[in-house]
Design a protein around this ligand. Structure first.
Ligand code: DOR
Ligand code: ZN
Ligand code: ZN
Length: 426
């Protein structure tokens, strides 16, 4: 099947192509980019007034299958991804059982292939059962199709194990994605340690719990030479640490999520457990530091940490509800609203962090670009359309978003995977 996308504003951070152009897609690839293209056999999409870019890549989601299918499945998560403009998502291994063996990776790949909507790239666990005691067989996991390693959800506390893991991961050319929080300091606490925790008279998760482990991981990355990626960075000091180690040439990268540059800890007072996430929402100074890190390139990627939970789980009191929020269907709009429409970042710089950079970090050099010959993974969106977030319209099984009821600016119109339309806004 052929597809002709006409008159869209093409934004490709890798190639820097701009202006209204036509794109002809043939056999799942970008065949021609030019002006006034015609092809009588092609299905035509009129993209005038819309932005056309490489399909978004989310390097950090939780799809809950196997084991927690009441929260989300790979199929529903993949559909939510498509609706959010994503053509690829990398899913975390904190399922039941943990994805820590080749069979587990194969299971995720099989479910993803059945779902058909959006590519799902499995991330395998760093340690056996995510227990932080024994490293897994990274060579076998990579051969089975794991794209990276992470114990996100139950982060590695044992520095010695993590050091071994980095040495082994480096041999396999796999990046370690690290959720940085010191377990003893954060325990099962619900909010940032500070103003809100004091006001609510509950213990909080201190910023230093994250920063200590960011420093630990940066030093281990320097010592081992492994590629280390810090997940969902949330404090200004964490950004400063990554900035310093990048300057030294250490192979460290990091991501943040829309919640960390949109909301502060105050959101907990308004939204209760819906605003509960690990690491927690922080202070206005932290939000400033995150935005600064995004602007100066210290923060490489914008991920969602899409973490579905059931309505019943999130209805529990703040201190008993599980942490996490969904993000696939609001990520692009929330990011454009916070960073583009406030004139803080260009479309190209934003898209780089949602396409090219995550592809590079996950070592998918052929992904994350929209150029002649590349896979026809495309998102077409209206950067200026406003809409009110209504979770009942989500493809995700979950509803736990702090963006519910908020007006966002930026709307996905089409998502195309390998030349097939996998989502169309109606
Ligand atoms: O808030 C979070 N939710 N942080 C994590 O690290 C895990 C995630 C989850 O799996 O729900
Ligand atoms: Zn995490
Ligand atoms: Zn996560």
């Amino acid at each position: 099947m052929k597809l002709l996308i006409r008159q869209g504003r093409l934004v490709d951070p890798a190639g820097g192509i701009g202006g209204a152009l036509d794109i002809l897609i043939e056999n799942g690839r970008v065949a021609v980019i030019g002006s006034d293209l015609r092809d009588p056999d092609a299905q035509v999409i009129d993209a005038s007034g819309l932005t056309v870019a490489c399909g978004l890549i989310d390097m950090h989601v939780h799809l809950r299958e196997p084991g927690f299918e009441y929260k989300e499945t790979i199929a529903t998560g993949a559909r939510a991804a498509a609706a959010g403009g994503f053509t690829a998502v990398a899913c975390m291994p904190n399922t039941r059982p943990t994805i820590d063996c080749p069979e587990g990776v194969a299971f995720v790949k099989k479910k993803a292939a059945e779902a058909g909507a959006s590519l799902v790239w499995p991330i395998a666990a760093v340690s056996k059962g995510q227990l932080g005691q024994e490293v897994n067989d990274y060579e076998a996991l990579k051969a089975a199709g794991a794209v990276a390693l992470s114990d996100d959800g139950v982060p590695v506390q044992n520095a010695n194990l993590l050091r071994d893991a980095m040495i082994l991961a480096r041999r396999q050319n796999l990046t370690i994605l690290s959720h940085c929080e010191d377990a003893d300091m954060v325990q099962n606490f619900a909010v940032n340690e500070g103003k809100i925790s004091r006001q609510l008279r509950i213990p909080g998760r201190p910023a230093i719990a994250e920063e200590l482990q960011v420093m630990r991981d940066a030093m281990l990355a320097e010592e081992t030479g492994a590629a280390v990626h810090i997940c969902h960075i949330s404090t200004a000091k964490s950004v400063a640490i990554v900035r310093r180690f990048k300057k030294k040439g250490v192979a460290i990268t990091c991501e943040t999520c829309p919640q960390y540059f949109t909301f502060t800890e105050d959101e907990v007072l308004r939204q209760g457990s819906l605003a509960r996430v690990n690491p927690p929402l922080r202070t206005p100074a932290d939000v400033e530091g995150i935005i600064e890190g995004l602007k100066d390139g210290t923060i490489d990627a914008i991920a969602t940490d899409h973490a579905p939970h059931s309505a019943e789980e999130k209805a529990r009191p703040l201190t008993q509800a599980p942490s996490g929020m969904i993000g696939l269907e609001t990520s692009l709009a929330a990011t454009l609203t916070a960073l583009y429409h406030t004139k803080q970042m260009s479309l190209s710089d934003i898209l780089r962090k949602m396409t090219l950079n995550p592809a590079c970090i996950l070592r998918m050099p052929h992904k994350g670009r929209l150029a002649i010959g590349s896979d026809a993974d495309v998102v077409i969106f209206d950067p200026d359309e406003e809409w009110v977030v209504d979770p009942d319209k989500f493809r995700s099984m979950a509803r736990n978003t702090p963006f519910a009821g908020k007006t966002l600016k930026g709307r996905v119109k089409y998502t195309i995977l390998g030349g097939n339309i996998i989502y169309q806004d109606t």
